[in-house]
Design a protein around this ligand. Structure first.
Ligand code: ZN
Ligand code: ZN
Length: 328
């Protein structure tokens, strides 16, 4: 009995390092599959607890600036590549660049690009229905924010949903061993901090301080900012488009996620590279992608069709007409 339990725990720990090998054996259907899996989620909990190390390492302007810079770079990798490229193919790029951004995306510790894109495609196919993996409408706020990935049901990569990218062995490798990149990344930050401590002592940085700010705190904030799109962006904000789901537009969410907060726009037309459809809907990722296109790094950026842009105004006009007719 005890031996069986130990074997089970060892298998779950093994899944930290190799997400494919025994994932097929996990039970992914039924209530048991949706139970909180403590062993699997320990690294995620550990990241949150590690934030308290800030009390021990202190801070410096350089470390905080470094954390902000890494937040912005990795948020861009998530929204521009994990989301707009791997999930929606809203622009084209070279095999080399897609790999570079897949690696950068991995540093955000949100699993591999194929797992992320496959679940996201599933979200769009079944948004806010019983089958949606993370709907606040059907399962409540905390489930949609983060509990959905703490169980076995959503652990395996649904490779059949991402056949277009799963054909690249380098992406399959990153996806399977998704802890590898964050592991190297964390050590690199620690060594960089130690180098600064030694050769640029005037900055007041230590290796551990840079690790805590640049990796731990920056990543945890990045987690929750990203998760708000699955939770809050289906709860708060405006709905210029009458989509079947509860997706909403919110300026603040758009700001912290570099454009993802225009989520109602996005659900109306997911194929578009742009999520802020109007000039005042600030979409920093889109501007950066335009710059990358101008430099020839990416191409075939898919626009929003005119008819979609006109929809809210046409609906408002139709509603006005209806109310005038109702009065007369
Ligand atoms: Zn959504
Ligand atoms: Zn999407």
């Amino acid at each position: 009995m005890v031996f069986d339990q130990l074997k089970k725990i060892a298998r779950l720990v093994f899944l930290w390092f190799d997400t494919d090998d025994q994932a097929a054996e996990l039970q992914t259907e039924g209530p048991a599959a949706e139970a909180f899996n403590w062993v699997r989620v320990l690294p995620f909990i550990g990241m949150h607890v590690a934030c308290f190390c800030v009390l021990w390492v202190g801070w410096s302007p350089f470390a905080v600036g470094f954390a902000v810079a890494l937040y912005l770079i990795r948020m861009f990798a998530i929204t521009a590549f994990y989301h707009r490229y791997f999930s929606h193919r809203s622009f084209k790029s070279s095999r080399a660049l897609q790999f570079i951004f897949a690696v950068l995306g991995c540093t955000a510790v949100q699993r591999g690009p194929l797992w992320w894109a496959a679940h996201h495609r599933h979200h769009h196919a079944f948004s806010d229905t019983e089958r949606d993996a993370h709907s606040p409408r059907t399962r409540g706020f905390w489930w949609s924010h983060m509990l959905w990935f703490t169980c076995d049901a959503n652990f395996p990569t649904q490779y059949h949903r991402v056949k277009d990218f799963a054909k690249y062995p380098e992406l399959r490798f990153l996806n399977r061993y998704d802890i590898l990149v964050p592991f190297v990344f964390a050590w690199a930050i620690l060594f960089f901090g130690m180098a600064l401590e030694r050769w640029a002592p005037q900055l007041g940085v230590t290796g551990w301080q840079l690790l805590v700010w640049g990796f731990v705190i920056s990543t945890v904030v990045l987690f929750h900012a990203t998760f708000t799109i699955n939770s809050l962006a289906h709860v708060i904000g405006t709905r210029p488009y009458q989509t079947k789901d509860d997706s909403r537009n919110h300026w603040f969410l758009a700001l912290i996620t570099l454009g993802e907060g225009w989520h109602n726009n996005h659900h109306r037309y997911p194929a578009s590279v742009r999520q802020g459809f109007r000039w005042w809907e600030i979409d920093l990722t889109y501007y950066a992608l335009r710059l990358m296109a101008a430099l020839g790094l990416i191409w075939d950026l898919r626009p929003v069709p005119e008819r979609i842009l006109r929809e809210p105004a046409e609906r408002a006009a139709a509603n006005q007409l209806q109310s005038i007719e109702g009065l007369s």
